[in-house]
Write a protein that binds this ligand. Structure first.
Ligand SMILES: Nc1ncnc2c1ncn2[C@@H]1O[C@H](COP(=O)(O)OP(=O)(O)O)[C@@H](O)[C@H]1O
Ligand SMILES: O=P(O)(O)OC[C@H]1O[C@](O)(COP(=O)(O)O)[C@@H](O)[C@@H]1O
Ligand SMILES: [Mg+2]
Length: 342
């Protein structure tokens, strides 16, 4: 069997470890030794942009951030794409199956293509950790680690100047990165999309921390909205799929907090730093195991399934069951964190 691998959507630390896990386990078990990579996500499938993937290409890549294959947010049904074109490219290159490593967007496309008869296995990826079918996605632990380290640094400069520091993190429409990095850094307030909050409440938390002699740290997820806002804060237009590009809520909150509390306030948006660089050990192990399990699924020809983490086990979930609902931060996880606010 010849397997083509692609990485699609926003990159996440651990993508290379998945690629290595698939190829290496295929070769090591003797189950498959014929792999190629599609460059830049679905774009490479549609364009027939294909590179060899052998032992040489995957050597040591589990330690590297980004993806050796490149990624994009290309929709495989748009432009010259579509089922016929993809079948044509696969036949031309003798490719029997695709392993698609991506988030909910990539996997939604994978489901449509599988329904049309193309052999696809999925591997879930996102720093946002918002896929409901898996307990954790690789990339999340690394992003939380980077954000936590940044917040530790924001706290020392905040302390030195007696300022309120706002750290804005990624996560799109969920607050997982904010919740975990905020708890790890000991934030005085964590603002997430799942919990609309008033400026008065934020002011109360900031003032109470400051009254105890602390330099308040406020962690805000990019998708957070104040209770007075009708929509998320977006000032950079739409992405290729027509979704609002998020970012900037921290800068919006800073003058409001400063004005109401009288405490000098600075905002830092961590942005793509959270997705760059070397994956954590946890993410390398998770990504490698997911890659190995994806290879097994392909050998079993379980098309239309993705691998997922449940507890400490790697399990299989059908695309149909995996897609649909976002994994948001449950009320009890927020309530637990909130006890330590202020
Ligand atoms: N329902 C869908 N059908 C077909 N293609 C889709 C669908 N949803 C998303 N895509 C395509 O997949 C790309 C990757 O999805 P995106 O959400 O950007 O990243 P991720 O895979 O990380 O969630 C999108 O830019 C879009 O072109
Ligand atoms: O890299 P871009 O296109 O600016 O997108 C930023 C978005 O990508 C993410 O980092 C990851 O999202 P996906 O996993 O859906 O690709 C979000 O947290 C963020 O909102
Ligand atoms: Mg997505």
């Amino acid at each position: 069997m010849k397997i083509g691998i692609l990485t699609s959507g926003g990159d996440a630390p651990g993508l290379n470890a998945v690629i290595r896990g698939i190829v290496y386990s295929g070769i090591a078990t003797g189950k498959c030794d014929d792999f190629v990579g599609f460059r830049n996500g679905w774009k490479g499938v549609v364009d027939g942009d294909i590179v060899p993937l052998g032992r040489h290409e995957i050597k040591g890549i589990h330690k590297l951030g980004g993806t050796i294959l490149g990624t994009s947010r290309t929709n495989p049904f748009e432009g010259k794409g579509g089922v016929d074109r993809i079948n044509e490219v696969m036949a031309e290159h003798g490719i029997d199956a695709i392993v698609a490593i991506g988030g909910e967007g990539t996997l939604a496309a994978a489901k449509r293509l599988t329904d049309a008869g193309i052999n696809i296995i999925g591997v879930p990826k996102t720093v946002d950790n918002d896929l409901s079918a898996t307990d954790y996605t690789f990339g999340f632990d690394t992003a939380v680690g980077i954000a936590t380290e940044a917040m530790d640094r924001l706290r020392t400069t905040g302390d030195a100047h007696d300022r309120c520091m706002i750290a804005e993190v990624m996560g799109r429409h969920v607050g997982w990165i904010a919740l975990h990095s905020g708890m790890a850094a000991g934030a005085h307030a964590i603002l997430i999309p799942e919990q609309k909050t008033s400026i008065d409440q934020i002011m109360e938390w900031v003032t109470s921390a400051h009254d105890r002699g602390r330099a308040p740290l406020v962690v805000v997820a990019e998708g957070f909205a104040l209770d007075t806002m009708t929509d998320v804060h977006s000032e950079r237009g739409l992405d290729a799929f027509g979704r609002p590009r998020l970012g900037g809520i921290g800068e919006l909150l800073a003058p409001l907090i400063e004005e109401r509390t009288g405490i000098e306030t600075r905002a830092t948006t961590l942005g793509h730093i959270q997705r760059g660089g070397t994956p954590s050990a946890f993410d390398r192990v998770l990504a490698t195991r997911l890659g190995m399990a994806a290879l097994e699924l392909a050998i079993e020809q379980k098309w239309g399934y993705m691998v997922a983490l449940r507890g400490t086990d790697i399990v299989n979930v059908s695309f149909a069951d995996a897609l649909g609902t976002l994994k948001t931060v449950p009320q009890e996880r927020y309530d637990e964190a909130k006890i330590l606010f202020g």
